[in-house]
Write a protein that binds this ligand. Structure first.
Ligand SMILES: [Zn+2]
Length: 108
């Protein structure tokens, strides 16, 4: 598993933004393995206590964007979509036969 995958995995598990060693992201971080806490300013280190490489972002607020990385793109739902194609005269098959309710039908 790559460090990036490990961070994603930890993020799913913890419900907090997680980053891995080498990402340049300032803030208050906790080691996901031993809870050792650091105030980070530059690139994230390996945990000085246990050697873990994944850090959980403990500050409040929006997910920080590591220096040199693009923010997570929120896909624009209108981008790249084909306009809705309206076709006329499409044969959708024969309409279902209307249900005919007959009363007083003798079954015998
Ligand atoms: Zn640790």
């Amino acid at each position: 598993m790559s460090p990036a995958q490990g961070a994603q995995e930890a993020e799913r598990r913890l419900g907090k933004p997680c980053f891995h060693v080498g990402q340049r992201v300032p803030g208050f971080f906790g080691c996901v393995a031993c809870q050792f806490q650091i105030r980070n300013r530059k690139a994230l280190p390996t945990c000085p206590q246990c050697g873990e490489i994944i850090w959980c972002y403990l500050d409040d607020g929006p997910r920080p964007v590591p220096e040199g990385e693009d923010p997570v793109q929120v896909p624009d739902p209108t981008a790249g979509q084909q306009p809705v194609k309206v076709e006329e005269g499409v044969d959708l098959g024969a309409p279902a036969a209307p249900v005919i309710v007959e009363e007083g039908v003798k079954l015998e």
